[in-house]
Design a protein around this ligand. Structure first.
Ligand code: B12
Length: 211
């Protein structure tokens, strides 16, 4: 089964075919990383491009996201290397106003696979919720995802809420998502940024000084 057929199935939003083709590709020797990075993520990027061009609409984006999720469900156990020692706790969420969670879920998977305990707050997470969870669970890291240029302000608002509550210095903060850059991370005073889920464990380990 070629990576191209998986790309096409995600682009069409055909979840059953995506699942079957992903399984077939793995059975014939493709790696989970290849399937994710060479077929699934490029397909979602193309969905976004077509949406922007007015050639795809929100229902089609949702259907494509469902097909992507079908692929991720199969790839998840393979992407997560089994590490036993818990290296730290990460509170993860998509910021308020933003419902995108595919990238966030991949970040959570990669961090969990690298040995971190994840407290996943889901999507549309208010600054005060991040604060409350930091106060209650004393995590090592807060990881925020934002996919819309309009929700980048929610990252700023969450940073301010952490400062206001006096907990900013107790945690490391990393941020990511399509519109987020290192420059923006520096501007809002985040400790780290990664452009993709694969980079997240590296950044968090470096911030916490663990290997
Ligand atoms: C699928 C999708 C949807 C789905 C989401 C389903 C879901 N469960 O997530 C639905 C249909 C719900 C949706 C809705 C909307 N969407 Co939308 N969506 C997309 C799409 C096509 C794919 C996103 C995705 O999953 N990509 C694949 C994942 C793997 O990539 P990723 O999210 O970028 O994550 C990676 C990195 O960014 C990074 N990362 C992500 N988070 C974090 C966090 C940390 C801490 C770190 C370190 C790294 C990291 O690691 C990830 C893996 O490598 C994008 C297009 C695109 N190119 O991104 C548009 C896109 C993001 N959407 C867009 C828009 C406009 C919308 C809507 C406003 C449309 C509307 N008019 O209603 C709504 C907003 C709803 C809301 N309030 O959130 C625009 C945003 C434009 C902008 N500049 O702001 C985009 C870019 C499409 C476009 N080209 O116009 N969307």
């Amino acid at each position: 089964m070629s990576l191209e057929t998986i790309y096409d199935a995600v682009l069409r939003g055909d979840a059953p075919t995506t699942a079957a083709d992903v399984q077939a590709a793995l059975d014939s020797g493709a790696s989970a990383e290849e399937v994710l990075h060479q077929a699934c993520i490029p397909a979602m990027t193309e969905v976004g491009r077509l949406f922007e061009a007015g050639d795809k609409f929100i229902p089609e984006m949702m259907i494509a996201a469902r097909a992507m999720q079908a692929a991720v469900n199969i790839l998840q156990p393979l992407l997560m290397e089994a590490e036993v020692e818990v290296l730290g706790t990460v509170v993860l969420g998509t910021v308020v106003g933003d419902l995108h969670d595919i990238g966030k879920n991949l970040v959570g998977m990669m961090l969990e696979g690298a040995g971190f305990q994840i407290i996943d707050l889901g999507t549309d997470v208010a600054p005060e919720t991040f604060v409350k969870v930091v106060q209650e669970h004393n995590p090592d890291v807060v990881a925020m995802s934002a996919l819309l240029t309009t929700t980048m302000v929610s990252v700023t608002a969450t940073m301010e809420a952490l400062i206001e509550a006096g907990v900013r210095d107790k945690v490391k903060v990393i941020i990511g998502g399509a519109p987020i850059t290192q420059e923006f991370a520096d501007k809002v005073g985040a400790d780290g940024f990664a452009g993709d889920a694969g980079g997240a464990p590296r950044v968090v380990k470096a911030l916490l000084g663990v290997e």
